[in-house]
Design a protein around this ligand. Structure first.
Ligand SMILES: Nc1ncnc2c1ncn2[C@@H]1O[C@H](COP(=O)(O)OP(=O)(O)OP(=O)(O)O)[C@@H](O)[C@H]1O
Ligand SMILES: [Mg+2]
Length: 382
């Protein structure tokens, strides 16, 4: 703990009140200044004692709890609140965070949970929006300067293949905010999206973020695109940066699908990504856009982390990979074969290729691509 903490407990259950007091008292630098069994006497106590931390029982009365939390935060600037409830559904956690809770403690309260939450408010002070410290996961951003060349197919199937090949935790983030369709590719309709997360950015932490991700049957997680254009517009570049950075602390791989432009949003995301997969197909328009993009990446001093991936590759096509490499001055990192039938069936059924057609040539290609990505990072320092 970086500074002294004065805590106040509002809990309708007498046994739990004293058990929590006992747990808190074991932490060095912690004083329990007072307790209350209801919100009104709790609020009075808080005005009088001005604690630095309040633990509040949501189960007495949910709407009242949220109201009193907001009043407490206005009355005591800098106050941290831990919300306590028997119900630890994403809904309750999200509403508690919206009303100002720094963290959520499921009932019955365990010393380990309190410890973790206290650690978090210690780190929140120095890094409110999820800075890069301790980030070990790797962010892989898929970027295609031309629409329709398979960026979402690659992001989705790479994410699933990485999870299946390594058994590591993988999250897919849809940063194509206005036109994203990663949710369709996975047949998931997440209840919460990236804009729900960023609307609560000042309270962003791992517990909150974990609670709003949707889990796919393949084992990967999804942070989906906003449901409306208005919500999409509300997400700022700094929000995207903070979300990706925090996800890197929670997951081994953060795969990001993006829209194909060099806007502020993407520039922030490129900056926090460890690998940028530049996607193109072997057609003149696609190669021309790749060429322009690669020039910008090198001007931004990001050329080293950009890898070229050719999609829909036909061995006997007009333009060979060698030709493209020569024109672009870039080696091709990977190529995915052309297989329209499998890909379109996979998209329409909302089942990724490695799940729907595990033995197909294209799934094997994704498996080897994932292994190459894993190998690429294994040779690099954390
Ligand atoms: N390897 C492949 N072989 C054949 N067709 C493919 C392949 N990959 C993608 N496609 C087809 O390309 C189309 C576009 O794919 P996708 O939506 O992944 O591209 P995108 O770059 O994300 O597009 P948008 O610009 O709309 O976001 C799909 O209809 C899909 O079937
Ligand atoms: Mg797309």
């Amino acid at each position: 703990m970086t500074e002294r903490v004065t805590a106040f407990i509002i809990d309708g259950d007498e046994d739990s009140r004293s058990a929590t007091t006992e747990i808190l008292s074991q932490f060095a630098g912690m004083t329990v200044a007072g307790t209350a069994k209801n919100y009104s006497s709790g609020y009075e106590g808080i005005l009088k004692l001005k604690p630095t931390l309040v633990l509040i029982d949501l189960d007495i009365d949910l709407p009242q709890a949220f109201q009193v939390m907001e009043k407490m935060l206005e009355a005591v600037p800098g106050l941290s609140i831990f919300a306590i409830s028997r119900d630890s559904s994403s809904d309750i956690i999200l509403r508690a965070m919206r009303s100002g809770a720094s963290d959520f403690l499921p009932r019955p309260i365990k010393p380990r949970d309190i410890f973790n939450s206290l650690k978090k408010i210690g780190s929140l002070a120095s890094s409110p929006s999820g800075g890069e410290a301790n980030a070990h996961g790797k962010a892989i951003l898929c970027f295609s300067p031309k629409g329709g060349t398979g960026n979402t197919s690659i992001a989705t199937n790479l994410a699933v293949s990485l999870h299946l090949a390594t058994n590591k935790q993988v999250v897919l983030v849809d940063l194509d905010l206005e036109g994203g369709d990663a949710g369709i590719f996975l047949n998931l309709k997440p209840k919460y999206t990236i804009s729900d997360v960023t609307a609560n950015i000042s309270r962003l932490d791992a517990v909150f973020l974990r609670g709003v991700l949707a889990k796919h049957a393949s084992g990967i997680y999804l942070l989906g695109e906003p449901k409306t254009i208005e919500e999409a517009i509300s997400v700022t570049p700094n929000d995207a940066r903070a979300v990706i950075n925090l996800l890197k602390k929670m997951f081994s791989y953060v795969v990001v699908d993006s829209a194909g432009s060099f806007n502020e949003m993407n520039l922030a995301a490129f900056d926090v990504s460890d690998l940028i997969v530049a996607v193109g197909v072997m057609s003149l328009p696609s190669i021309k856009s790749l060429q322009k993009s690669l020039t910008v990446f090198s001007r931004l001093d990001m050329g080293g982390k950009v890898k070229l991936v050719v999609n829909r590759y036909l061995k006997r096509g007009d333009i060979s990979i060698k030709d493209a490499e020569k024109t672009l001055g870039y080696d091709c990192f990977w190529d995915i074969p052309n297989d329209f039938n499998s890909v379109i069936t996979s998209i329409n059924r909302g089942q990724p290729l490695p799940v729907l057609f595990p033995n197909s040539e294209i799934s094997k290609s994704y498996r080897d691509f994932a292994a190459k990505v894993e190998h690429y990072f294994a040779g690099r320092p954390k």
